[in-house]
Ligand binder design. Structure first.
Ligand code: C2E
Ligand code: CA
Ligand code: CA
Length: 449
């Protein structure tokens, strides 16, 4: 294929303020769109593909907060210089958002080549930055899309790169993703679920279900974990593994969580008073300083004793902004709410967290429990966790117990509490009340149920 370069007038650098980013001296959003527009019209006659990419700095905000705005600006200037230096005669880079840059590679014709170029930019940006006496490190994520003639506009092309960037961000730091058609389909599905979920939350249609947590020796129920359930009239039942991440990403989780906590505490206040209720908090809620206040005001309104509530948080939730999470955890504990560390042993576990944060309880992830019977390493890990929790004065719950043999092995190791399909799946308020009536039949404190 013989590409048409068509770079003439479109690529002359203009010093016009309307087209320049004052901080980095790179082109701005308008200049970038202008250039892509022109390249598209130049390629109308002699269509050769080309590449656009959006690059987003990972974790720039915490750096900005930590080192201050002046240092943040210095880093952006250095990023701008490095990106500019990485461009060849044909290519262009612009700053199109606070920590977002866009590049245009007129001579990059394939997805492989696009990914390679983008990976090189990430590499260049990963070297340390001077910030006064100190140095900072950054990584970046990139989404790319290719122009293949026809009806594509600059906006469509940039949107596709943004969609690819979104996928890159989701797969962790420092990744490149090149746009594919399937991404568009997935993006549409997510938007459809988001809209249906917004409506359901406003209409109060997400329901708490309750899964029993038992004392492993006596098999007595000691509490329940609240798990959200949602059935949409059109989409049918949607798993929380799908709708919770969407609620988190699209900023619906706070509202959803408040709705479910209100309903759950209204239900649980009628249970025997020695049963606790546990409730999941999402990572994004541990960045929002209003979370504690919202929880307390719900407990106040529903008349649920804070000492009967436990919140479950994951290590991911502590990592985004440890100081903010620390403050929320402390506020909750001061009011008598217990805090447990969920899904322990998966994700980016760090034992250091157990020193920095005070937890009342730790939940061993299902992954270890499901392999406890076949797998020596899992057994050793579980024993080590149990010994550590004993030393730290923390309770332990083993999650995802499905077989009697798992339960007895755990009891043998000294694990006191468990949760899983063996003891019961999550059930709605009515079914749970029925379960409690059976379980506590004859016990005095359940007569009122
Ligand atoms: P999780 O907090 O780890 O909750 C336990 C999940 O394991 C639940 O899935 C539960 O049904 C499932 N499970 C329990 N016992 C067993 C077992 O023996 N075997 C197997 N295979 N699975 C078992 P579910 O209800 O689908 O929830 C998935 C995740 O969604 C939860 O994981 C939690 O992270 C999240 N989630 C659910 N409701 C809420 C909520 O209201 N707020 C937040 N932030 N997250 C929620
Ligand atoms: Ca949980
Ligand atoms: Ca869990």
């Amino acid at each position: 294929m013989q590409p048409s370069f068509g770079m003439g007038r479109g690529f002359r650098e203009s010093t016009d303020h309307a087209f320049t980013d004052p901080l980095t001296g790179l082109g701005n959003h308008r200049r970038f769109f202008d250039k892509v527009d022109r390249l598209i019209s130049d390629r109308a006659e002699d269509p050769a593909p080309f590449t656009v990419g959006i690059l987003d700095l990972d974790g720039f905000k915490p750096i900005n907060d930590l080192f201050g705005h002046k240092a943040g600006d210095d880093i952006l200037i250095q990023v701008g210089m490095r990106l500019r230096a990485a461009m060849d005669g044909h290519s262009a880079v612009a700053r199109i958002g606070a920590d977002e840059f866009a590049f245009l590679y007129p001579m990059v014709f394939s997805e492989e080549a696009a990914a390679e170029k983008a990976a090189m930019l990430i590499e260049i940006l990963s070297a340390p930055y001077d910030v006064g006496e100190r140095t900072a490190r950054l990584s970046a994520s990139v989404g790319c899309s290719l122009f293949y003639m026809g009806d594509e506009t600059t906006e469509v092309l940039v949107n596709k790169a943004e969609t690819a960037l979104y996928h890159a961000k989701r797969s962790g730091r420092g990744c490149v993703v090149v746009y594919t058609k399937e991404m568009e389909e997935a993006a549409k599905r997510v938007t459809r679920i988001e809209q249906a979920l917004r409506r359901a939350v406003s209409a109060g249609e997400v329901e708490p279900h309750f899964q029993p947590i038992v004392d492993l020796k006596s098999r007595r129920t000691i509490g329940f974990e609240t798990l959200s359930r949602w059935i949409d009239p059109d989409l049918g039942p949607v798993s929380p593994e799908i709708f919770i991440p969407i609620a988190e990403e699209r900023g619906i989780i706070g509202q959803l969580s408040q709705l479910v906590l209100r309903k759950a505490t209204e239900t649980a206040r009628d249970w025997p008073s020695d049963l606790f209720l546990s409730f999941n908090l999402s990572p994004s809620q541990l960045v929002d300083q209003n979370t504690g206040l919202h929880i307390l005001s719900i407990l106040d309104r529903t008349g649920f004793d804070p000492r009967r509530l436990e919140v479950e948080i994951t290590e991911t939730g502590l990592m985004t902004d440890p100081a903010s999470a620390q403050k929320i955890v402390n506020d909750l504990r001061r009011c008598g709410i217990r805090v447990s560390l969920d899904d322990f042993g998966t994700g980016q576990s760090s034992l250091g967290r157990l020193r920095e944060f005070q937890f009342d309880k730790l939940k061993i992830d299902r992954a270890f429990i499901s392999s406890i019977l076949e797998d020596r390493p899992s057994e050793h890990i579980i024993r080590a966790i149990l010994a550590m929790c004993e030393g730290l004065g923390m309770d332990v719950v083993a999650e995802g117990i499905e077989k009697e043999a798992q339960a007895s092995r755990l009891t043998e190791f000294g694990c006191n509490a468990g949760q899983g399909f063996l003891f019961g799946q999550a059930a709605d308020a009515n079914a749970t009340l029925g379960y409690l009536r059976d379980a506590f039949r004859g016990a005095r404190h359940v007569d009122a149920l």
